[in-house]
Write a new protein. Structure first.
Length: 106
């Protein structure tokens, strides 16, 4: 989950903790993998999200296939561009951290 979100494992743990406290998610053991934990939405979250998802589906139903392809391509390209930019923003921080770690024993 951390890799998919581009976050550290600690950040994801904090995020899931907050979702649990808010009543939006719960942790559940994965029945197929003993060490894996699944994050499952609660009925409260489903009730909150479902009407919005249905409204989005109704809106998309008004577009032709060609228009949907254009929207899909735009969103994909935008996501990739933003991911590249986020990587560029993180990279100088990593490089600075590595340089400071190299000089810790000096």
């Amino acid at each position: 989950m951390a890799v998919a979100l581009g976050l550290t494992r600690g950040s994801v743990t904090t995020l899931v903790d907050r979702l649990e406290r808010a009543g939006y998610a719960r942790r559940q053991q994965d029945p197929t993998h003993g060490r894996r934990v699944l994050v499952v939405p609660t009925p409260e979250l489903v009730a909150l999200v479902e009407p919005r998802a249905m409204a989005g589906q109704r809106q998309l139903a008004g577009y032709r296939t060609e228009q949907l392809a254009l929207i899909r391509d735009f969103l994909r390209d935008t996501r990739l561009r933003h991911a590249g930019f986020a990587h560029q923003l993180r990279e100088p921080t990593r490089q600075a951290h590595n340089r400071s770690s190299d000089h810790e024993g000096d």
